[in-house]
Design a protein around this ligand. Structure first.
Ligand SMILES: CC(=O)N[C@H]1[C@@H](OP(=O)(O)O)O[C@H](CO)[C@@H](O)[C@@H]1O
Ligand SMILES: [Mg+2]
Length: 541
């Protein structure tokens, strides 16, 4: 009988809103927190199934809505190696989330168990954490109800940044193997990060402090914690000034601050009192994105976004590999999306002479493409990214016998970087420390970094249409194949602008079509974006 089934009984406490259809998208499930209880309950069930299917490996669940407003929330699953949930399982998540009743949910759960040949004797294991949103605790209780109803062993890591939970998931699943990733605790994360940062920095000097805007999210308290493990400024360590770290008033999360504010508005948070050439950085609400910026007395605000972090990392790691004597043996490549500034792509191919791959939007696509290189540097322009080292690359780096003191010192830095950089997912903390140590090694300020190439002026717009699904893309989202004829119109417009490039695609996270345009001048980029937007509007009615 349905009422005796523990899954149905617990589900009754988290009824699905009848008028809603949910979709596990690019960022998991994300929406107004008030709508999310049934979804989180069902994601808990899916986590149990996934862990059972993978022989009891630990699955991570993170409750966060990243850069979204404070009254949103979201939930995402983390696979055993700390990667995003395998794409095929997104469909199963969507099936469970949309089962119309408690009984239908049990049937869907049982059907998945049977179809996927899941051994019900396997003990599932799940870990979870949340960001600082007010709704987090309530949603945790829905998750716990699912884990208990499905007989899952679980650990609540309470408040963590998203990348910390990815790190711990990988640590737990690699413990005792040749690929052991680290201590599966928050403290283990700080210790590994701090030790490798110290080793990679050596005796290099930091030129003044970096101010970090924490979006009033979980990054604030966690960055303060990390700082305790880093060498202090009086010992020659990096001075990190933490700002926008108010988590006592959760309604301030991502408000007038944070990485998304800075990227979208192309200006510093109003609370910033930065002096010329001082390094500033902004995290997003779950600390997996990072933006840098500075002001100078001549030109005002300069944004150093994900493209800049990618190019800086690729430049530095390419040089290190060559100087260590591993230049031929480590193929470094960069992965971007169509939103990367065209000037960054030219800089990577023409100046750094490294290959660039363009993938569709969404970190999972970039991450996957990056693993095809020995050293794959991937970043979205919005500041989410990391560097992944293949197993072969790690072996080469660890086994290589340096032939000179110069090779030895480069090799040591490279080895330290493989530990510093969070290989599971973009991590604003390890990316921040990576940028800082590169600037210290090069004796660069933000201005020298900015001068490596000049961004093409660009414009990103958002257009609401009746049905965005009709906008179908090809060529890693750079061309529209439907509606018919629209791409030809866009090509016609682009051809009229010097250095013009533009594309339109349906957003995966919002009910809108995004239009991106770049051109030789700001005026032309705006003009091109407006004309392409008109084409999209006409096609979208
Ligand atoms: C132009 C842009 O910034 N798009 C973002 C946004 O995706 P859309 O599919 O464009 O809505 O959200 C994704 C998830 O956070 C992020 O990966 C991506 O970079
Ligand atoms: Mg985020």
């Amino acid at each position: 009988m349905a009422s005796q089934n523990p899954i149905a009984a617990a589900s009754a406490k988290f009824p699905k809103p009848a008028d809603r259809t949910f979709q596990y998208g690019t960022a998991g499930f994300r929406m107004k927190a008030a709508l999310l209880d049934s979804v989180v309950y069902r994601v808990g069930l899916l986590a149990a199934l996934r862990s059972r299917k993978l022989n009891g490996q630990v699955i991570g669940v993170i409750i966060t809505a990243s850069h979204n407003p404070p009254d949103d929330n979201g939930v995402k699953l983390v696979d055993p190696m700390g990667e995003m949930l395998e794409q095929f399982w997104e469909t199963y998540a969507t099936i469970l989330a949309n089962a119309p009743s408690d009984q239908a949910l049990v049937e869907a759960y049982d059907k998945l168990t049977a179809d996927l040949k899941i051994d019900t004797a396997v003990q599932p294991r799940v870990i979870f954490a949340r960001d600082t949103r007010a709704s987090g605790l309530r949603l945790v209780s829905a998750l716990v109800a699912a884990l208990e109803a499905s007989g899952t062993e679980y650990t609540d890591y309470k408040l963590l940044t998203t990348p910390q939970l990815h790190y711990i998931t990988r640590c737990l699943n690699t413990k005792g193997t040749a690929y052991e990733y680290g201590e599966p605790t928050e403290q283990g994360y700080y210790e590994k990060t701090a030790a490798s940062f110290k080793a990679a920095t050596g005796h290099k000097k930091f030129n003044g402090p970096v101010t970090v805007d924490c979006a009033n999210g979980v990054g604030g308290p966690k960055l303060r914690e990390l700082i305790k493990y880093l060498p202090s400024p009086s010992e020659g360590g990096l001075e990190i000034k933490v700002v926008n770290d108010n988590v006592v008033e959760p309604e301030r999360l991502n408000q007038q601050c944070g990485a998304d504010f800075v990227k979208t508005n192309q200006r510093a948070p109003p609370s910033s009192h930065s002096t010329p050439l001082a390094r500033c950085a902004s995290l997003d609400g779950d600390a997996d994105r990072l933006m840098y910026y500075f002001v100078d007395s001549d030109h005002g605000f300069h944004l150093l976004d994900g493209d800049r972090i990618a190019t800086l990392a690729a430049l530095f790691i390419g040089d290190l590999a060559r100087n260590a004597g591993l230049g031929e043996k480590l193929k470094v490549g960069v992965v971007q999306t169509a939103y990367a500034n065209g000037a960054s792509t030219s800089y990577i191919t023409q100046d750094l002479k490294l290959p660039v791959v363009c993938t569709p939007t969404g970190v999972k696509h970039l991450h996957h493409a990056a693993t095809k290189f020995d050293v794959g540097v991937y970043f979205e322009a919005n500041g989410h990214g990391t560097v992944v080292f293949s197993d072969v690359a790690l072996k080469r780096i660890n086994k290589y016998e340096p032939q000179s003191p110069a090779q030895s010192s480069s090799l040591n830095v490279l080895r330290a970087l493989t530990a510093l950089i969070n290989q599971t997912v973009g991590d604003a903390f390890s990316d921040l420390l990576l940028v800082e140590l590169i600037l210290a090694h090069k004796s660069w300020g933000p201005k020298e970094w900015d001068l490596t190439y000049t961004d093409l002026p660009n414009r990103l717009g958002r257009i609401e249409v009746a049905d965005r699904i009709i906008f179908k893309t090809t060529a890693a989202e750079r061309k529209l194949e439907s509606p018919p004829g629209v791409q030809a119109q866009i090509d016609g417009l682009v051809g009229k602008y010097k250095n013009g490039r533009s594309f339109a695609r349906a957003s995966g996270t919002e009910d809108a079509v995004r239009v991106y345009a770049e051109a030789a001048t700001k005026g032309e980029a705006d003009d091109l974006a407006a004309k392409v937007a008109d084409v999209v509007k006409r096609a979208g009615v």
